[in-house]
Design a protein around this ligand. Structure first.
Ligand SMILES: Nc1ncnc2c1ncn2[C@@H]1O[C@H](COP(=O)(O)OP(=O)(O)O)[C@@H](O)[C@H]1O
Ligand SMILES: [Mg+2]
Length: 322
């Protein structure tokens, strides 16, 4: 199967006015998203995430480079019907009801009448808005409007979804709902490309991520590949003090309070002897897990690399400004 998304040296320079300086929003982006993946596209505000989605949808024209969606070089009319898009700040006419709005989009898709009724019903069900189908949007919370936005993006049963900051502005309940929805989409085999500056979102749901820094791709890979393991953690309950002491005597970092013991190991070779001691002392083994760098740490590292480059780099880098 061809990649769901592929870009080759995709570049966008904005030239807004005659006298304003051109802005290189995207610089030779090479991205590859496999079918069925949930792909997180990460970057600080202004990094070029929205620009990338707009280029993929041909809402904006690239300065150079090319892109392929579902195996077709864009622009490609037929593959468009297989793509759903949730814009960054969707604006919907707020006197309309979800049903009216989806009918409007079905018109745009040229969906036949019998199919349309079924799809609207299914989509509203999927985003759990069926009971509100006849209520004007102006009465909805931000989370509900966002669900209508997702319904709009799902209406044509797309294979590939491009979601621009789907959880921004949502409260924790709304964010959790959006996460569940995205996970449902994964189970249906859909590909989801998700822009976000919210690291926890990405960390919780994405298979692979890319980090964009001022228009340049700084990292791309699975979270396992990108986040290094710096140690291992063994946690046990009902641990007697002599057990903790024994491990401390061996020079292992051991925390012990109210029977709960946490041992932090650098060497994976220590896991087995520690676990054996846990069993030997009749303690309850709760957890053996790698300790990974957090996505937030990686993100700050990447941003830091950018700062260093700006400070020490040649004149051209300095001209870009922070
Ligand atoms: N239409 C435009 N005209 C000029 N500059 C733009 C335009 N759209 C975006 N930019 C600039 O391009 C850069 C990337 O913006 P954007 O893609 O919106 O970033 P993100 O979505 O990652 O926050 C920013 O510096 C932004 O100011
Ligand atoms: Mg954006």
């Amino acid at each position: 199967m061809p990649p769901a998304i592929e870009t080759r040296n995709l570049t966008k320079v904005y030239r807004s006015g005659r006298f304003s300086r051109p802005v290189k929003a995207l610089d030779s982006l090479n991205l590859r998203v496999e079918p069925g993946e949930i792909f997180g596209f990460l970057g600080a505000n202004g990094a070029g995430k929205t620009t990338t989605i707009k280029l993929l949808l041909r809402l904006s024209f690239p300065t150079s480079g090319e892109a392929y969606l579902l195996g077709h070089k864009i622009p490609h009319t037929a593959s468009r019907a297989r793509i759903g898009y949730l814009p960054e700040n969707p604006y919907f006419y707020d006197y309309a009801t979800p049903e009216e709005l989806l009918n409007l989009y079905a018109d745009i898709f040229g969906m036949p009448k019998d199919l349309r009724e079924r799809r609207i019903g299914e989509t509203l069900e999927r985003v759990r808005m069926t009971q509100w189908r006849k209520t004007p949007l102006r009465n909805f919370s931000k989370g509900m409007v966002q669900r209508v936005g997702v319904a709009q993006a799902l209406l044509n049963d797309p294979d590939l979804l491009l979601l621009d900051e789907p959880t921004s502005g949502l409260d924790p309940v709304g964010r959790a709902e959006m996460r569940d929805l995205i996970q449902d989409l994964r189970e249906q085999g859909k590909t989801v490309f998700l822009n976000s500056h919210l690291l926890s979102e990405i960390e919780n749901i994405c298979d692979r991520v890319a980090i964009l820094r001022r228009g340049e791709l700084a990292r791309q890979g699975t979270l396992n590949e990108l986040l290094s393991v710096f140690g291992y953690e063994v946690v046990a309950d009902h641990a007697p003090e002599p057990l903790a002491e024994k491990l401390r005597d061996r020079g292992l970092e051991t925390l012990h309070a109210n029977g709960r013991m946490t041992v932090l190991l650098k060497d994976p070779g220590d896991i087995r002897p520690v676990v054996e001691q846990v069993f030997a002392h009749n303690a309850t083994l709760l957890k053996v897990a790698p300790q990974r760098e957090r996505l937030e740490d990686l993100f700050l590292t990447v941003e830091g690399e950018g700062e260093t480059r700006l400070e020490s780099g040649p004149g051209s880098a300095n001209e870009e400004g922070p």
